[in-house]
Design a protein around this ligand. Structure first.
Ligand code: FE2
Length: 213
């Protein structure tokens, strides 16, 4: 089992009867200079951890405490009375997926098998990167840009706040966090610089290929 794949972690976490913060798959300074250790320290150590702490408080003593993270997300999506549980659960999953979507060995050209899929869906790797960056940069407010697989085709989508493609049955391959906490310490209001640098230098094609299955 690959514990760096957040879709595989919940069964392990379930045995512990509470949700735990998955380890960051690299050192906090591993993504410098694109993303600083200071940003990762706050983003992982404060924000991601807070979602875990909040969720455990919210589900303690409820039926949700016996469920996996994915089951909690799918069981609370779209239910206004469960919004707090959904938001914290989905943000845990989204952040674990985001850490794995970046790599110190990332960027550059995708591996051939993924490249062919990207070319079939977007025309070229550059066209995909432009569409992905545009989705991330143009998203209004907090949220996420995703590369997903839907009906055998790769697509770029964006989601607001904690929403993720899991709840609509789509298969996420990569994501980038465009909440201000992801980039403000390093880039202030220059979201395009963060997005383009992450895409050029850090995007983890191998993780996308692994998710493609
Ligand atoms: Fe975030």
């Amino acid at each position: 089992m690959n514990l760096t794949d957040p879709s595989n972690t919940s069964d392990v976490l379930r045995a512990a009867s509470s949700i735990v913060l998955p380890p960051l798959p690299y050192a906090e300074n591993a993504l410098e200079p694109v993303i600083s250790a200071k940003t990762l320290s706050f983003h992982y150590g404060k924000h991601h951890k807070a979602y875990v702490d909040n969720l455990n408080k919210l589900i303690s003593g409820t039926d949700y405490s016996d469920l996996s993270l994915e089951e909690i997300i799918k069981g609370t999506a779209g239910r206004a009375e469960r919004a707090a549980i959904f938001n914290n659960a989905a943000q845990i999953w989204n952040h674990s997926f985001y850490w794995n979507s970046l790599s110190l060995k990332g960027g550059g050209e995708p591996p051939a098998a993924l490249k062919h899929q990207i070319e079939a869906s977007f025309g070229s790797v550059d066209a995909f990167k432009k569409e992905f960056a545009a989705a991330a940069i143009s998203h209004f407010g907090s949220g996420w840009a995703w590369l997903i697989l839907e009906d055998g085709k790769l697509k770029v989508v964006k989601t607001a706040n904690a929403e993720d493609p899991l709840t609509t049955g789509k298969k996420p391959l990569l994501t980038i966090d465009v909440w201000e906490h992801a980039y403000y310490l390093d880039y202030q209001n220059r979201r395009p610089d963060y997005v383009n640098a992450a895409l050029d230098k850090l995007i983890n094609w191998e993780f996308a290929l692994q998710n493609l299955g």
